[in-house]
Design a protein around this ligand. Sequence first.
Ligand SMILES: Nc1ncnc2c1ncn2[C@@H]1O[C@H](COP(=O)(O)OP(=O)(O)OP(=O)(O)O)[C@@H](O)[C@H]1O
Ligand SMILES: [Mg+2]
Length: 459
Amino acid sequence: MKNKKNILIIDDEAPMRKNIRDILSLEGYGILEAENGLAGVDVALNNEIDLILLDCNMPVMDGFAALSELKLINPERPVIMLTAYGTNERVIEAIKKGAYDYIEKPFELSEFLIIVERAINYYDLLKELNTLRNRISPKEIVSVNEDPIIGKSLKMKEILKLIGLAAPSDANVLIQGDSGTGKELIADAIQRHSLRKEKPYVKINCGAFTESLLESEIFGHEKGAFTGATSQKLGRFELANEGTIFLDEINNMSPSLQVRLLRILQHQSFFRVGGEVPVPVNTRIIAASNKNIEQEVEEGRLRKDLFYRLNVVRINVPPLRERSDDIPLLVEHFLSKYAPGKKFIVSNENMSKLKECYWHGNVRELENNVQRAIVMARENFIEIESSDEPVKAELPLPGFDMIAIKGIPFKQVVEDFEKSLITRALIATKGNRTEAAKLLKIHRRHLYTKINDYKINIS
Ligand SMILES: Nc1ncnc2c1ncn2[C@@H]1O[C@H](COP(=O)(O)OP(=O)(O)OP(=O)(O)O)[C@@H](O)[C@H]1O
Ligand SMILES: [Mg+2]
């Protein structure tokens, strides 16, 4: 039993109304009636109605005048015009004014029912789309983020240039970068500067769902496709039609979903879960990954053919430590974002420490630290935490090749390793033995002995 839908019949001929009422009641629809446009508008204002059948020629207020009023009340609810045979010009006029369809009187029963049902389903879908739009959190279906991308470093300038070129091109984009480097911000900027900027922008994080949930989120499903699928559901791809979809953490998509995604890219259409009819879509894809994509392809986790289709424009976002020149700008930006109008003083010492940090969490971590510092600040002085050790303390470890050391006595391998480690420490500290000893966490004298023993010559 379908949810009861209400249909309003506006026609001045009582026998016609009765005829339609009899047919549609049998189909399970609820029926309301009005005998002219004016009365019809009144009924439409005061009742929940899913479809309106509207006669063209009526006294008091004719169908065309009523159509305009009805569209004002609810522009999305479908109105089907009932027209007399051979009034094509008027039909065109009505469709231009927003009628969903028309039916010529006298009509053929099966055709009439098909048109009515199609209109009802259409309105259901529109309503579903609206509730989905409201249900999905604003981070996912977007109120586009207008935050600027801050950065003057060479690397960021390159990226901004790429965004400018890629945005209007309609090509798919693949963004790769560590967590918190600004991938989503870049995706937003591309959308904002694209020709699709007025169209829907839908985001989905492929890492945030189980496989089957992700499938129905992306592709939608038909009623009854699986237990619990009590009604048809539109997927994010369909919601993003004519617009842009941001597929975050694409590397988390299972192989079978990758196949389905590839199909969309090849055919510009897809099947809802449990669906038998392909649904056409025209959606631009911006995908992001915080893993090394080439490696994901190499190791078989991401399909090569899918990769090629996504990787039309490629943007690699460098980690923050590789663009530390941008740190003062970013700090200034976040200070004015979170404490507008306040003037804070960041000491030079603090700033240089921030510039030397490793920043595992990249820009996001810096942003969080600035926010925290604002809360802790006394007067105008602010101390921004650098959450991890400065990069300088990082000592690159010599690599190990298990095959190369095969057959060499253990003592020899250890000595070689030690020698290599000390050499690297000396290079890292530009030959400063005291610093090198600190870095290696050994006693200075012990280091001297080793340097002598191994005859290391770096000063
Ligand atoms: N260049 C930048 N200028 C200004 N703000 C930035 C910049 N880069 C990143 N941010 C800010 O840092 C935070 C993290 O950025 P974003 O969410 O875009 O990163 P992400 O790469 O998508 O991270 P994840 O991989 O964790 O999803 C956001 O609040 C964003 O506004
Ligand atoms: Mg992100």
